[in-house]
Design a protein around this ligand. Structure first.
Ligand code: B12
Length: 446
């Protein structure tokens, strides 16, 4: 007799005292079993298969050769308990050649690169590589990777001192601290102080909402410093910053359980776990993540890489003591399922472009429902005088130029994307046009 039938039996014994029939016991037993089924479905039993599928999807993403290898993908694969050691090894080689060269060329152009440098360091750490043996060549100089990261962090810190913001952003600044910390390199107290100060005095924003992703990354970075007992300028301030982050992360919970949105919840859960909070399988943010996984929300490999560790109760802090011994080697890539081609109805899209000077222009286009915004823009470009350009990023194509006007990150401007007035939570390649709508692309400052 299962646990639920035992419960039913005890209820029934109470009932039989009142003279109820055996039929009643059966009904209660069925109801109890049904309840047990729904509870297990919500947080427990089928999550194992979902996890395995997500892990396999991420592994499959390493086979795509068209874009740069992505260190965030490697980190998530390496933090997972299931591995495919050959494929992970091959991906590591690609990172050490293609991604390595890309960082080198960015450094040579004098462009800020701290976030990518940090992710690269963490990816190497995730595969237990000896970091002292990895150097970057800039001009005639070859210097260790970690020396470059420390120097970049100094540049970022000086920029905060002079302009009250990093060269890149606080998300990348936090990644830099985290990467140095998990590599057991001492982070200067001046560098860490700039982050604690920002936590206590700046509102991190992404578009028009609080940037939960940045808070989460900052939380992991500062927690790492605390655990390592790294000397800081002011211990109380570090504690205060950590408490503030925890509070803000918890306060960011939406009625549907997400912390921020679908794409920040994984990082936020990771940060809460790292900061010592228990986030069990049935907690609201975890339930929200599982429901996203079921819906197929995480198809962009970068999104999977930022969510998978949280679903496995892993955090980036575990890279610090990662040992690459006795690892599982059971993960295999399944063949890609063939999706039947569907007959699409066409939907009408109105596209409004708002330039930096406030002038706007509107286009109309019919597209098959289900196509991406990127494909829609490409169609429009073929049919009208509309023009656009993109830049590659770890998330995919970032819209950078529209009708000849560039929204440059160096000027702290970008092309903000919205549908029917609501900011998109995905980029142009991932966002699918399912119904008629008005897309607004607006040159915005941040
Ligand atoms: C900072 C930031 C921005 C800044 C970047 C500039 C800067 N220097 O600060 C600004 C404000 C411009 C921005 C814009 C957008 N962002 Co943003 N951004 C981030 C954040 C917090 C950190 C990115 C970062 O520095 N990564 C570290 C470095 C090492 O990686 P990287 O790839 O080299 O970084 C570059 C790209 O990530 C790019 N970028 C930033 N955001 C986005 C979004 C998309 C879709 C793409 C393709 C690229 C991109 O800018 C980074 C700096 O150059 C992430 C959070 C996260 N979890 O990753 C969100 C995040 C990536 N952004 C997001 C979104 C949705 C957007 C917008 C589409 C919002 C909108 N409605 O317009 C736009 C992009 C529109 C476009 N033109 O294509 C989502 C993406 C989710 C998804 N499934 O695609 C994230 C995950 C936030 C979230 N939780 O919703 N963003």
């Amino acid at each position: 007799m299962n646990r639920w039938c035992k419960v039913a039996s005890s209820i029934q014994s109470t009932l039989s005292l009142e003279g109820r029939s055996a039929l009643m016991k059966m009904i209660i037993c069925i109801l109890a079993a049904l309840f047990a089924l729904t509870a297990a479905d919500a947080c427990g039993s089928d999550t194992k298969d979902l996890l395995l599928k997500l892990n396999k999807d991420l592994l499959r993403a390493t086979e795509k050769q068209e874009s740069l290898p992505n260190p965030s993908i490697h980190i998530a694969l390496r933090l997972s308990p299931q591995h495919n050691l050959i494929k992970e090894g091959q991906y590591l080689d690609q990172l050490k050649t293609k991604f390595h060269e890309d960082i080198q060329s960015t450094l040579n152009k004098g462009q800020p690169v701290v976030g990518r440098l940090a992710l690269y360091v963490m990816a190497l750490k995730a595969s237990c590589q000896e970091l002292r043996n990895v150097s970057l060549l800039t001009g005639e100089n070859s210097e260790p990777l970690l020396t470059h990261l420390k120097k970049q962090m100094e540049l970022e810190k000086d920029h905060i001192a002079s302009s009250h913001r990093p060269l890149t952003n606080y998300y990348q600044y936090s990644l830099g601290i985290l990467a140095l910390c998990v590599s057991k390199v001492r982070v200067s107290s001046h560098v860490s102080h700039k982050l604690t100060h920002a936590i206590l005095h700046t509102q991190f924003e992404h578009g028009d909402s609080v940037c939960v992703d940045t808070l989460a990354m900052a939380g992991m970075a500062l927690q790492c410093l605390k655990d390592a007992e790294t000397p800081v300028k002011n211990k109380e301030e570090l504690e205060k910053a950590l408490t503030t982050i925890k509070k803000k992360l918890l306060a960011s919970q939406r009625p549907d359980g997400h912390l921020g949105n679908e794409f920040s919840t994984g990082l936020a859960v990771q940060a809460l776990l790292a900061m010592g909070n228990k986030v069990d399988e049935c907690a609201a943010p975890m339930m929200a993540l599982w429901s996203d996984v079921k819906k197929g929300t995480y198809h962009n490999p970068m999104a999977i890489s930022q969510t998978l560790p949280a679903l496995q109760q892993r955090t980036y802090l575990q890279l610090k003591n990662k040992e690459c011994i006795n690892e599982d080697d059971s993960l295999v890539v399944d063949p890609v399922p063939v999706v039947p081609t569907q007959v699409h109805v066409h939907v009408q899209v109105e596209l409004e472009v708002v330039k930096a000077d406030g002038s706007s222009f509107t286009y109309q286009i019919n597209v098959p429902s289900g196509v991406s915004l990127l494909d829609s823009l490409t169609l429009l470009q073929q049919q009208t005088d509309f023009k656009f350009e993109t830049e590659d990023s770890l998330w995919g194509p970032f819209l950078s130029v529209v009708n000849g006007e560039q929204a440059r990150q160096t000027d702290r401007r970008y092309w903000h994307l919205a549908s029917d007035g609501k900011g998109l939570s995905e980029g142009i390649k991932d966002y699918k046009i399912e119904a008629a709508q008005k897309i607004t692309i607006k040159n915005t400052s941040y």
